[in-house]
Design a binder for this molecule. Structure first.
Ligand SMILES: [Zn+2]
Length: 301
């Protein structure tokens, strides 16, 4: 590092703009190499973080242990942080010595619910089937690489390491409860963080998301893009009556829901591939008792 900086000084003292530019490139390349070397050196530690989170998956807005893992790593790096953002989010800022933009690197804390997954939590069925544990490991690896005095001395701007909660849109009723009790305003983490102003000091936010690789040789895959979503809760109301004694007096809400599923499915062939539209409704309540014509059915999509 030092020899590289000294060489740059000589170039700057020598001639004009081209040399200045070349000097900056050299510094940047050397710094990048230092970051990469540090990450490589701490490889096992980074993988351990990912694996330990894989073995302790938590659903959105409940990621306390995962957030603790992030906080431990940030403390080891002497990075101060804010915690409990949108309930479980953790945000640390690495301040560069020079003015410049603030870039956030994000990692998602939460898991999915996948019963039968080999590494699912036996109690909650939560599992990191979406690979968010790898996101957090990557985020911590980036923090290890970047939080070094030689880097911050040359850094123009700031880097935010942001572990964000509740990306997966699950347990909607639980989250509606959080909203009703005033603990959140939105059903997912990033929207809530935007609402809380936690992105106001950030000029650009970046994250990775893993995907299944095309080959099965142990390689990993990264998604080139992500979709947003619109959520709908639908309630079908009918009229209850005894299903055995007087079914003719009822109005079956389940059949209305069933017809709507067919109608939604009929729409699918009109979606253009390039629009990446996915519609995947589930019926969350199909009735009350098998002996009663369903008076209320709920659907979520
Ligand atoms: Zn995901």
């Amino acid at each position: 590092m030092k020899s590289c900086c000294m060489r740059v000084t000589t170039i700057l003292c020598g001639t004009g703009k081209n040399c200045l530019y070349r000097g900056i490139i050299m510094i940047a390349a050397a710094l990048k190499q230092q970051v990469c070397n540090t990450i490589d050196t701490r490889r096992d530690e980074i993988i351990n973080i990912g694996e330990s989170i894989m073995d302790a998956p938590e659903l959105g807005f409940k990621e306390q242990r995962t957030a603790d893992r992030v906080k431990e790593t940030l403390e080891d790096l002497d990075l101060s942080y804010e915690e409990g953002l949108a309930l479980t989010g953790v945000k640390a800022v690495l301040r560069g010595a020079k003015p410049g933009p603030t870039i956030a690197l994000m990692g998602e804390l939460d898991a999915l619910q996948v019963p039968g997954h080999p590494r699912a939590d036996p109690k909650t069925q939560a599992a990191h089937a979406c690979g968010h544990n790898a996101q957090i490991a990557g985020l911590m690896g980036a923090a290890m690489g970047l939080a070094q005095p030689e880097i911050t001395e040359q850094l123009a701007g700031n880097i935010v390491f942001f572990a964000v909660p509740a990306e997966e849109y699950v347990e909607i009723n639980y989250r509606i409860g959080l909203i009703k009790s005033g603990q959140t305003t939105f059903l997912t983490g990033k929207q809530e963080l935007v609402q809380l102003g936690q992105f106001d000091d950030i000029d650009m936010a970046i994250m990775i998301h893993t995907t299944g690789p095309d080959v099965s040789d142990g390689s990993m895959g990264l998604s080139p893009s992500s979709n947003g979503f619109v959520a709908k809760n639908i309630r079908f109301l009918g009229k209850a009556s005894h299903a055995g004694g007087s079914p003719e007096k009822g109005v079956n809400a389940l059949y209305a829901a069933q017809l709507s599923l067919s109608a939604i499915n009929a729409q699918r062939e009109t979606f253009r591939d390039e629009d990446c539209v996915r519609v995947h409704p589930i019926i969350t309540k199909g009735g009350d008792l098998v002996n009663i014509i369903p008076a209320e059915v709920t659907m979520e999509t």
